[in-house]
Design a protein around this ligand. Structure first.
Ligand code: HAM
Length: 432
């Protein structure tokens, strides 16, 4: 029996990986403009980090984590429960606390790119190993971490990135989920409203109604939606300070021409959110249409045993982002870089061909190297199939005379040029 990639995981192959790299490079470039720096945290962490950070009653922690017991090797060592990270915000905040990053000047503006793991039911745009590009702004309140200016700046940065990559047809959905202090009153109102209706809802909602009623808004079961539509909204429970904060975020977004819609049902599936919460959806993606999500998490550091360190961030679902781009044909860039195929001709010519290849490559020419056992016809055909226009023939005569035959496999034309001119000829941009 052959072994296949595990359900919910997949291989990313060329040429699609070029698109992934383009997205990641654009993200790095845009993040640098906004003065963010990269952080890399481990792919697995202590299970408690996610239980406490993301929340026990969330779908992620209660159903979707890859968790295992790391057995003690020595008697003195305790066994530890470990989990593949289902998201990266908790890891970043753990690192912030562990390395006392608040001692550094200003705010910590950190970004990450990497795989995350959730045991969800796989479908288009939903994987068990998926990739996120995310960023977090976190720091002490005295450094301005609570300011609505940070929320607006992060959202405006995202729009810059979407525009730079030419992502079309997106919608920014915005909400405020208020502060922990007004959560009890909201939960109480929600519990009361759920009282008479919850037995008509799905099993998950029945559980949520008891453990954490806010999570009822995560429900995707179509039959439950009309009931959820009648429930009280968190927006009705914001206190004065939350409302002012949310108004100020919106004011800056309007001033910087960032379009948004208010979605007062949006609560996001992680427990750490406070105040601003948002998602960007994209039109071409179907059911899994959230290309990115994020929000504020003003109490997360404290819940992990750290100092007060309000923060805001987001994570882009890179799989979905690439899918949205690939749906748009203009994003598949033809390869117009200078290229050459070197065809060694006859015994012993691999040595000479290797020397020429090294020189062309050091001159910045993307070079494919053939083999002396190939007939010329085979070399021409291979180059053509690979989309490489120029084939440089390296035979005994060429090496002796210093004159090389360069065949253009698209036109069939062959030129004899000096060694120095080989580089110039193949470096010319392709006409096609
Ligand atoms: P999240 O909404 O759970 O937020 O995930 C962010 C994005 O990751 C989603 O909008 C989606 O595009 C993508 N995503 C999630 N699950 C999958 C999956 N199974 N397959 C493919 N893509 C997926 C977070 O993870 C928060 N840490 C974001 C954040 C950062 N909030 C504040 N800072």
């Amino acid at each position: 029996m052959t072994i296949k990639a595990v359900r919910g995981t997949r291989d990313l192959l060329p040429p699609e990986t070029a698109l992934w790299n383009r997205v990641e490079q654009a993200a790095r470039d845009v993040f640098a403009l906004y003065n963010f720096s990269e952080i890399r945290t481990p792919i697995f962490e202590d299970t408690q980090l996610f239980a406490r950070g993301v929340g026990e009653s969330t779908d992620i922690v209660s159903k979707e984590m890859y968790t295992w017991e790391d057995r003690a090797r020595a008697q003195s060592e305790k066994a530890q429960s470990l989990t593949l990270r289902p998201e990266n915000t908790a890891g970043v905040v753990r690192a912030y606390i562990e390395h006392k990053l608040w001692e550094r000047p200003g705010l910590q503006k950190l970004y990450y790119i990497g795989p995350q793991f959730r045991r969800e039911r796989p479908q288009k745009g939903r994987y068990r190993q998926f990739y996120q590009i995310g960023a977090e702004v976190i720091g002490p309140p005295t450094a301005g971490s609570e300011s609505p200016a940070r929320d607006a700046e992060v959202l405006e940065m995202l729009v810059t990135l979407l525009n730079r990559l030419g992502v079309k047809d997106w919608t920014l959905q915005l909400n405020s989920v208020g502060s922990p202090s007004n959560r009890p009153a909201f939960n109480e109102a929600l519990r009361q409203a759920l009282n008479g209706v919850v037995d008509r809802m799905c099993a998950d909602c029945q559980r949520r109604a008891v453990t954490n009623p806010l999570r009822v808004f995560d429900c995707k079961v179509p039959e439950d939606q009309p009931i959820i539509d009648t429930l009280p909204r968190i927006s009705g429970f914001l206190d004065e300070a939350d409302r002012i904060h949310f108004d100020q975020v919106q004011e800056i977004l309007k001033a910087t021409a960032v379009p948004f819609v208010i979605n007062d049902r949006l609560v996001r599936g992680l427990d750490y959110y406070t105040r601003t919460a948002f998602e960007f959806t994209q039109g071409s993606l179907g059911a899994q249409n959230a290309i990115l999500g994020g929000g504020r998490y003003d109490g997360l550091s404290e819940s992990l045993g750290g100092p007060k360190a309000p923060g805001i961030g987001f994570a882009i679902g890179e799989d979905r982002f690439v899918m949205a781009l690939a749906a748009d044909e203009r994003s598949t860039v033809p390869n117009s870089e200078p290229q050459a195929y070197i065809a060694p001709l006859g015994d012993g010519m691999n040595v000479q061909a290797a020397k020429l290849a090294r020189e062309l490559r050091s001159a910045g020419i993307r070079t494919e190297l053939g083999d002396e056992t190939f007939r010329l016809k085979k070399s021409f055909e291979t180059a053509e199939k690979m989309g490489i226009r120029n084939v440089v023939i390296v035979g005994e005569n060429e090496v002796a005379s210093g004159q090389f035959a360069v065949k253009d496999v698209t036109s069939g034309e062959q030129k004899i040029v000096s060694r120095a001119d080989v580089e110039k000829l193949v470096a010319q941009p392709s006409k096609s």
